[in-house]
Every structure is written in structure tokens, then in C-alpha cells.
Design a protein around this ligand. Structure first.
Ligand SMILES: NC(=O)c1ccc[n+]([C@@H]2O[C@H](COP(=O)([O-])OP(=O)(O)OC[C@H]3O[C@@H](n4cnc5c(N)ncnc54)[C@H](OP(=O)(O)O)[C@@H]3O)[C@@H](O)[C@H]2O)c1
Length: 318
């Protein structure tokens, strides 16, 4: 019988695949051949894969998928953590058995992924997992950590700042709130009433999103808000403008708004991900994992996340 630890070249592994684009109902767990390493690549035995909204957004229809260079049949998920199990020709800096994490564009929810070892291309990369960072946590860092870092780079914060963060309890929010606190800023974070304790636990002062946001924030911060980061859409941008925050101190990761910076994880500083991993290893930044699922429950995991009320991250165990 073949097992996942079988080392014969013919051995396969499980992978989430889609034979047509669409919603979670198109996700299938299939047995596939193990990918082979080429020059400069490493193969990783994946132990955990973190989900992001982009996973299901980019596989939702053919047009969106094409923008990301995806073609059928396609895998699913991008953030992963695991252990190097094969090394290609010319690879330096990695050895079999090394713990690694990173991005593998739309193929991470799989027993094995092959990625470039240079670390230069986001979503085709491996980085050493620092001691003190477990694999589930490592699998959450790449997209959300980089994106939060890019958002904070767009509106640099310091101890004199009071920042309004919209969607503060979600996958990117948990990083953004804590990075803003580490920078010394006061953080007011939007969420539902049910997320108030979660937001406080991250270091934010919770405020309910929805109608009346400007008045609620003004009551919390009568001296004013100096910056805003919208992680959900445009409501926080609108509220920030209503509070008198100049456009140059507002950014969003989830919409296009004229005059306001659109932060993108792919634009994060080269060292941003390493810095996030170091903060986690030092215990200065923690990643709440809201739920974990085995691979054969991938559809339920995606449905949970697509509901858009997850507090922190969703991780698939492999
Ligand atoms: N530009 C980039 O590079 C980049 C990278 C990553 C993500 N994104 C985008 O950024 C967005 C956030 O990503 P994510 O991973 O943080 O998503 P997520 O984990 O799904 O966000 C969930 C959070 O959204 C909050 N939320 C729900 N409805 C809200 C509302 N009406 N107003 C404010 N917050 C609300 C929820 O709070 P409650 O549970 O309290 O309701 C929950 O904490 C997504 O649209 C994603 O596609 C962009």
C-alpha cells in the first residue's frame, strides 16, 4: 500500500484541485503524482496551509483566474508551511529536513509543493521557519503578514498616531493591529459586537462598523484620528475622511478609491516577511488561528472563510 511517506518516485500525494472554476463545491481532493524538483527548486512536504480570500476569489471564474495566470486543472491555496524533502540542482541555503514556509500560488493545499528556492518571487518561495514558530502559525504569515506590512508602510505610524483600522479582526487585521501597536500607535479597530474581546486581545479599542461609525470613533477619540487603514472595503475610508483624516494618511487593501493609496502585499518591503516571522518567534506578535480543518473538509473551510466573519486565520492540516 502506498503511504504519504513512501519515497519511491512513483508515489503520489493528496492535493485539492479544481477541474472547473467556481465556488467551494468545485473543490475536490485528488490523488496526484508528486511534483518533481527542477534546478533551483525545493520540494516541500506540506504540513499546514493557511487560507486567504484571494484563494477563492482568484479561482471563482475563468477571467479572474487568467489575471493570476491560472489555468485548469488548478490547485488551491497559496500560503504553506512544511519540511523540505527534495532539493534541485544548484540550490543553496536549504537542506532536506529544513522547516520552511512561504507561498505557492494556488497549489498549497497539497501534500507536496515545489517552489523556487531563491525567495525572490512572491507566491513561489520558501523561507526558513524560525524556531519558536509552529507550522500552523507559519502557514498564516506570508500573504496576510506582507499585506499588513505594506499597509503600514503606506501610512507609517508612531506613538503620536491614533489609527482607525477597518476589519481589524480578520486575517490581515490581526497583523495590522499588532504592527500598529508595536509602532506605538493607539489603535481603534472596527468589528462586530461579537468581535470586541478578540479586538481588545490584539491591543485595539473595538468600535462597531456600520452606520454612525464617524460619531462612535469621535466619541472614543475626541482629539482626532491621524491615520486609517481599510481592510474590508471603503467604509473605513469614508469614515476617515468624515473624521478629517487627509487622503495621504489613508490606505485600503480591498478596494480602489481615488486619492487613497491601495496597499498590496506583493509590494511589501523585501525584509517584511522575515520581520513578521521574527516578531512571532519572539512572542511579540501572535496569530489567532480561528479554525483548523483536515484536507478532506476543504469545502467547509472555504465556506467558513468566505462568510467574512473569521477572527484571525483558517488553516488546513495536512
Ligand atoms: N491587496 C492585497 O494584497 C490583499 C491581500 C490580502 C487580502 N486582501 C483583501 O483584503 C480583505 C481582507 O482580507 P482578510 O484576509 O483580512 O479577510 P477576512 O479574514 O475574511 O476578514 C474577516 C474580517 O472582516 C470583518 N468584517 C466583516 N464585515 C465587515 C464590515 N462590514 N466592515 C468591516 N469589517 C468587516 C470581520 O469582522 P467581524 O467578524 O467582527 O464581523 C472579520 O474580522 C479581503 O477583501 C481580501 O481579498 C488584499
Amino acid at each position: 500500500m502506498q503511504t504519504r511517506n513512501d519515497r519511491s518516485p512513483a508515489a503520489g500525494g493528496r492535493a485539492v484541485r479544481m477541474d472547473s472554476f467556481g465556488g467551494p463545491e468545485r473543490l475536490e481532493v485528488q490523488e496526484v503524482p508528486r511534483p518533481q524538483v527542477g534546478p533551483g527548486q525545493v520540494r516541500v512536504r506540506v504540513t499546514a496551509a493557511g487560507l486567504n480570500p484571494m484563494d477563492w476569489i482568484m479561482t471563482s471564474d475563468a477571467e479572474t483566474a487568467a489575471r493570476f495566470g491560472l489555468a485548469l486543472p488548478v490547485g488551491f491555496g497559496t500560503d504553506y508551511a512544511g519540511v523540505v524533502d527534495r532539493i534541485g540542482e544548484g540550490v543553496s541555503g536549504f537542506a532536506i529536513g529544513d522547516r520552511v514556509f512561504g507561498g505557492a500560488l494556488s497549489r498549497a493545499v497539497s501534500d507536496f509543493v515545489v517552489v523556487d528556492s531563491s525567495g525572490k518571487t512572491p507566491a513561489d518561495e520558501a523561507h526558513h521557519t524560525p524556531d519558536g514558530v509552529d507550522d500552523r502559525t507559519a502557514a498564516t504569515l506570508t500573504i496576510a503578514g506582507r499585506t499588513a506590512s505594506a499597509a503600514l508602510a503606506a501610512v507609517p505610524l508612531g506613538p503620536d498616531d491614533t489609527v482607525l483600522i477597518g476589519g481589524a479582526g480578520g486575517g490581515v487585521g490581526v497583523f495590522a493591529v499588532q504592527l500598529a501597536r508595536i509602532a506605538g500607535a493607539r489603535v481603534i479597530g472596527t468589528g462586530s459586537a461579537a468581535s470586541a474581546d478578540h479586538l481588545r486581545g490584539l491591543g485595539a479599542e473595538p468600535v462597531a462598523y456600520g452606520d454612525g461609525l464617524v460619531e462612535r470613533v469621535r466619541a472614543l477619540a475626541p482629539d482626532g484620528v491621524t491615520a486609517a487603514i481599510d481592510l474590508h472595503g471603503t467604509d473605513t475610508v469614508d469614515a476617515a475622511r468624515g473624521l478629517g483624516v487627509p487622503d495621504g494618511r489613508i490606505c485600503t487593501i480591498a478596494a480602489q478609491v481615488g486619492g487613497v493609496a491601495a496597499a498590496n502585499g506583493a509590494d511589501a518591503a523585501p525584509g517584511a516577511l522575515g520581520e513578521i516571522a521574527r516578531l512571532v518567534a519572539e512572542g511579540r506578535l501572535r496569530v489567532p488561528v480561528a479554525a483548523t480543518f483536515p484536507i478532506d473538509r476543504i469545502r467547509a473551510a472555504v465556506e467558513l472563510q468566505a462568510g467574512r466573519h473569521v477572527r484571525g486565520k483558517v488553516v488546513i492540516d495536512l
